[in-house]
Design a protein around this ligand. Structure first.
Ligand SMILES: Nc1ncnc2c1ncn2[C@@H]1O[C@H](COP(=O)(O)OP(=O)(O)OP(=O)(O)O)[C@@H](O)[C@H]1O
Length: 228
């Protein structure tokens, strides 16, 4: 299998001297196409930092991130933002839904930026909304949807333009455990059907169990990497 994500001695430090925090410390991970991987670890262990660096949302202190055989650490701002748009789907708290847009418009947004035709956008939105169980809710604004439905919109939005990688930072946080599990089962199904690579962080032991690979971070280092 091809490797989609590779980190080489990836480090991210914050502060200096007495206040130096090694949020990530020489992390080497290879994730292959179609893997469904959970990143776990105690609070402050570096999960969000790792997902942000893999997604090109933050700058490395040292080391490299290779996505689809391209070194994103070498890319300029515009090149990186185009690459992100075309290769990565984000389900991040900071990238939440746009409140003034309907569910359908939120999902369509990136395809508009990509210049996808109206017919094709419509076709893809209908398809993905059915896949994530949102049929009939297209015209609702985020505030008119439950937390679980909003997360489904966020996942549909991340997946609709067929990125090779989906990065999700605690996608089930703020959901009750049944809704959280249903959401993870849906992600897993999509992962199996579409062969997209999923990497997500979680604190929830039940969610961890449903991952096929679990990478554990502690103090910015990989302390365990377990494939079922
Ligand atoms: N912008 C920043 N400035 C300074 N320190 C930071 C910054 N971002 C993260 N850190 C520190 O880096 C370490 C890793 O943080 P990170 O958010 O990646 O952890 P996490 O495993 O995602 O935690 P949580 O489970 O609580 O979300 C922490 O010690 C954190 O305080």
């Amino acid at each position: 299998m091809t490797s989609v994500i590779k980190t080489i001695n990836l480090s991210r430090h914050f502060g200096q001297g007495d206040t130096l925090v090694k949020a990530l410390d020489e992390v080497n991970i290879t994730i292959k196409k179609g893997e469904f991987t959970a990143i776990i670890g105690p609070s402050g262990s570096g999960k969000t930092t790792l997902l942000q660096l893999i997604g090109g949302l933050d700058e490395t202190s040292a080391g490299n991130v290779i996505l689809d055989d391209k070194n994103i650490s070498d890319m300029s701002g515009q090149e990186l933002s185009d690459f992100r748009r075309d290769h990565i789907g984000f389900v991040f708290q900071a990238y939440n839904l746009i409140p003034v847009l309907s569910a359908k418009e939120n999902i369509e947004y990136i395809m508009l930026l990509q210049g996808v035709s109206a017919d094709e956008r419509h076709r893809r939105v209908e398809h993905i909304m059915a896949q994530v169980g949102l049929t009939g809710l297209a015209s609702r604004r985020p505030t008119q949807l439950s937390g679980g439905q909003q997360q489904r919109v966020a996942i549909a939005r991340a997946m609709v333009s067929n990125p090779s990688i989906i990065l999700a930072d605690e996608p089930t946080a703020n959901l009750d455990s049944r809704t959280g599990m249903a959401l993870i089962d849906m992600m897993k199904k999509l992962n199996e059907q579409e062969q997209m690579t999923f990497v997500f962080s979680t604190h929830d032991p039940k969610i961890m169990e449903s991952a096929r690979r679990i990478i554990t971070l502690e103090d910015g280092r990989v302390v365990d990497d377990f494939v079922k």
